[in-house]
Design a protein around this ligand. Sequence first.
Ligand code: ATR
Length: 271
Amino acid sequence: VDLYAVVGNPISHSKSPKIHGEFAVQSAENLEYMAIQAPVDEFSESVNAFFDNGGKGLNITVPFKEQAWSLSSQLSDRARLAGAVNTLYQNENGDICGENTDGIGLVRDLTVNHNVSLADKRILVLGAGGAVRGVLLPILEEKPASVTIANRTVAKAEQLAALFSGRGELIACGFDELSGSFDVIINGTSASLQGDLPPLPEGIINDTTIAYDMMYSADKTVFNRWAESCNAACTFDGLGMLVEQAAESFYIWRQVRVDTGPVLAMLRAFE
Ligand code: ATR
């Protein structure tokens, strides 16, 4: 049986073992998927031990995605620009290869599951931390009209815009500089984790605006409740993104495309 795992610290809350377990049953792939809590200062040792013992692939989560990026001998274009890696595997020479499937997971959730095209749209991304950097390239590859990155610390938004320059129309600003409404607004700040809301002007939302929170929780997130109160057309949370990034990792490891719908429905039922 082929062995896979998610590595993080803490890890007990991770839904990945359940998601990949369902994928394995559905596709009849002979694999086991476990959760590994690596000590904060022994990430690379944990990864090397896993692969030395014959492990086939890893997902990487908080706080190790940047370290996974650093220890990868090979990075895809997407992972390199993301500055973070959530999927590891070995190539035929035994080199550790890093990929980032978060952005493709977000894009697939929006475009396939929710039928929201990003092409030619005015997109607003809130936040400029690791989570946002990790998803920008796949968003830009959908050829939106523009992507505005708004952040509390404007310099960080400007750095991201510079990093992705040449890949699309990018604008960096602070929350108070936002004007006009957007077609799609994606919240990638960690503010929701503390139940906080960035100070956003109401005018960024109109009745056709789609609001997407990369966070998820059993109750509607603070950001999505705010968007609803501004009469946004729809609000979505990041649970679909979580399942889609997992499906993309599963594809990288097994070359099998799974049906994510039933797995997402199961997670919603247990939320
Ligand atoms: P992550 O890996 O989740 O992206 P991060 O790299 O620490 O974590 O980035 C957190 C993001 O959330 C940043 O954009 C941060 O804004 P700053 O760059 O100004 O710090 C944003 N953020 C966190 N708490 C926030 C709050 N209460 N209001 C607005 N933005 C917040």
